[in-house]
Design a binder for this molecule. Structure first.
Ligand SMILES: Nc1nc2c(ncn2[C@@H]2O[C@@H]3COP(=O)(O)O[C@H]4[C@@H](O)[C@H](n5cnc6c(=O)[nH]c(N)nc65)O[C@@H]4COP(=O)(O)O[C@H]3[C@H]2O)c(=O)[nH]1
Length: 525
């Protein structure tokens, strides 16, 4: 299974995390912004309502003063009263007409003199104010009537609603204002309508006059608050949305990093999930166990035992291999030390080492540390250098290999014959063992040409007088072919699969059989 999928498959809800993270600033920021905008709107609406209420009260005060000044004419003959009514209405701001009422009938108006109309007292709110949709003079425009009762009847002052809607309009930003008289309302654009019950829900401010029976209200239309936010809080709004985006992207990045195979491997290293498995190597001539090759396994909590092919190359590319090898050597040292007596003498422990490990002085320290655990010299440390990564000869590598040999460390060239570097390696580094790759060992079963290739490699290693280990020996036929051609050390499933320490100790307790049935051994899961 490709490593990047390990975590993703186990926690699919992780894919939602970036979206949730993007939502957090929005969920926290937008309600706060909405609250802040609402407070601003309420404050401004309240100021505008107060200011407009005062202005409209002033208009009504003018009209009221005018009605008071002509109140003594109620009951007088219209032809006598009409001139003072006209003079007064012309001299009073906002007032369009003054009318006299007696016995419920309007009998004199400053506009036309004699008239005869019903007063309709019940339509006056508080007996004082009436908002008419229009009248005979201005049928399309509302008129406000202010009534002043006198002992003899009453005086009516007509006020053009334009003055009132102008006053509303001047203060209708950002929240539209309305003048309410009883069940009727006048809006800033001069239209009149009945008050609806749902108006109450959108009310931001309302103020009732203490002198006249009217109130001024400020109410937002649907989505008015969001329009206000968009117009007046654009930078904050954009910032919150951008913050949401940034949080989402950052979480996504973190998630990807968290899910990255290297990160997963670092976690595994911290948790000690990389474990040594041991595959015995047989000294065929002596019928004894010669040593083991340590092979790393990843004991993953959910994926089980992962073989090294799936993570070692990545660890090498990601610069983790040195740390992993060091940890592996320490584990091997720790777990083998108590059983050192059970090991055959001059027991070889082969550790796979990557080229990067040879670049600094860490390898020397790690080997010294490892060998210090076996002070009796019962074991021999063999470093297996692979051709997968090219090791370039330099003063440093010469010095390093000299130091390693001084320490008693032996060098094996792993996977011999598979890379281009084999011969160059042999020339440049003092190698003690050649490990013939499994692919060549399998050629013993093939045609004559393949066998010829294997023979050439075997001849080369015998000419160089190097000890040879054949990897991947699976059949007795392969074993016999190899031993006939002078290969002394054999490693493969024919003898044993890689196994944990407990199984190894059990296996080492019995000498390798002379004639082993094929595939007799099993790697524990
Ligand atoms: N089919 C077959 N296979 C056999 C037989 N006998 C042994 N093998 C397998 O051949 C591989 C031998 O190790 P390698 O060539 O060093 O190849 C190793 C080595 O290059 C690398 N590796 C393993 N552990 C480490 C480590 O700790 N560090 C480094 N740098 N590389 C490691 O991973 C490679 C693969 O390791 P494994 O999967 O354990 O595979 C092992 C082993 O299980 C056999 O008879 N038949």
């Amino acid at each position: 299974m490709p490593l990047p999928q390990l975590r993703r498959r186990r926690r699919p809800f992780h894919a939602l995390l970036p979206w949730l993270a993007a939502l957090i600033p929005l969920l926290l920021g937008l309600p706060f912004l909405y609250w802040q905008a609402s407070q601003t709107l309420k404050r401004q609406a309240q100021d505008n309502v107060d200011e407009t209420l005062t202005k409209i009260e002033q208009i009504f005060d003018y009209a009221h003063t005018a009605t008071e000044s002509v109140a003594s004419w109620v009951g007088a003959r219209c032809e006598d009263a009409v001139l003072p009514l006209r003079q007064r209405s012309m001299a009073t701001p906002y007032v369009r007409s003054l009318n006299l009422v007696q016995n419920g009938t309007i009998y004199c108006t400053s506009l036309r003199g004699d008239t005869h109309e019903q007063e309709q007292l019940t339509t006056y709110t508080g007996g004082t104010l009436r908002l008419m949709i229009g009248n005979r003079v201005t049928p399309a425009r509302a008129v406000l009537i202010l009534r002043h009762a006198t002992p003899a009847g009453s005086v009516l002052a007509g006020i053009d609603s334009q003055y009132l809607s102008n006053a509303l309009q001047l203060a209708s930003q950002p929240v539209p204002l309305t003048l309410r008289i009883g069940e009727t309302r006048l809006s800033a654009n001069g239209t009149t309508s009945r008050v609806r019950p749902r108006d109450a829900s959108s009310l931001l401010a309302v103020e009732t006059s203490s002198h006249y029976p009217f109130s001024i209200t400020a109410a937002l239309p649907a989505n008015g608050a969001w329009h206000f936010i968009w117009r007046h809080f654009t930078p904050t709004f954009v910032l919150i949305v951008a913050l949401g985006g940034i949080c989402g992207l950052a979480t996504n990045r973190l998630r990807q990093r968290r899910n990255s195979p290297l990160r997963e491997m670092r976690r595994a290293l911290r948790e000690g999930e990389f474990r040594p498995f041991y595959q015995p190597i047989v000294d065929h001539g002596a019928r004894r166990w010669k040593g083991v090759e340590v092979l790393m396994r990843w004991d993953h909590p959910s994926e089980g035992m992962i073989p090294p092919d799936q993570f070692v190359p990545l660890a090498e590319r990601g610069g983790l291999i040195v740390e992993m090898t060091r940890e592996l050597m320490q584990q091997v040292g720790r777990e083998l030390t108590p059983h050192v007596e059970a090991l055959p003498s001059d027991f070889h422990i082969g550790i796979n080492v990557s080229a990067e490990h040879c670049n600094g002085s860490a390898l020397i320290d790690d080997c010294r540390d490892f060998l210090s655990r076996f002070p009796g010299g019962q074991i021999a440390l063999v470093l297996e250098l692979t051709e997968r990564e090219l090791l370039v000869r330099s003063e440093h590598t010469d010095h390093l290999f000299a130091q390693l040999h001084q320490l008693g460390v032996r060098i094996a060239l792993d996977d011999f014959g598979t890379g281009n570097a084999s011969l160059a390696y042999l020339r440049q580094f003092r190698v003690d063992y050649l490990k013939i790759d499994r692919s060549f060992v399998q050629m013993t079963d093939d045609d004559a040409l393949s066998q010829h290739l294997l023979d050439t490699i075997l001849t080369l290693s015998s000419r160089l007088e190097l000890d040879t280990v054949a990897e991947g020996v699976e059949t007795t036929a392969q074993r016999d072919y190899l031993t006939r051609h002078g290969v002394r050390y054999l490693q493969g499933f024919l003898y044993a699969r890689p196994m944990p320490l407990a199984n190894l100790l059990e296996t080492l307790a019995h000498p390798p059989a002379a004639d082993i049935p094929e595939h007799a051994t099993h790697e524990p899961a």
